[in-house]
Ligand binder design. Structure first.
Ligand code: SF4
Ligand code: SF4
Length: 93
């Protein structure tokens, strides 16, 4: 009997090696000057890739950004941002 070898799924525990943002259609772009650092994008992101940069904008607010290596482009962060600081733009090069 032939042994089945699964070559479709990734090996478990390799998430940090296999960047999962490659098949995205749109990517979120944050306007750092508009961001108020409310943390909402971090709360709603299903991938957990939104983070406080630790840097301040001209209004003295710590602005957020996202790790595009793992962002899937779902747009939830842009939808929920209370000040519309995030725009979804085409990720086709
Ligand atoms: S687009 Fe989706 S996956 Fe990407 S940072 Fe926003 S909420 Fe997270
Ligand atoms: S939801 Fe918008 S305003 Fe709040 S931290 Fe994220 S980008 Fe900034």
């Amino acid at each position: 009997m032939k042994k089945f070898k699964n070559t479709i799924t990734a090996t478990p525990g390799t998430t940090t090696e296999n960047k999962t943002g490659g098949w995205r259609t749109y990517k979120p772009v944050v306007d750092h000057e508009v961001c108020i650092g409310c943390d909402m994008c971090n709360k709603v992101c299903p991938e957990g890739v939104c983070f406080a940069t630790g840097q301040k904008n001209s209004k003295g607010r710590i602005f957020y950004d996202r790790d595009l290596d793992y962002c899937k482009g779902c747009g939830l962060c842009a939808k929920e941002c209370p000040v519309n600081a995030i725009k979804m733009v085409s990720d086709y090069k």
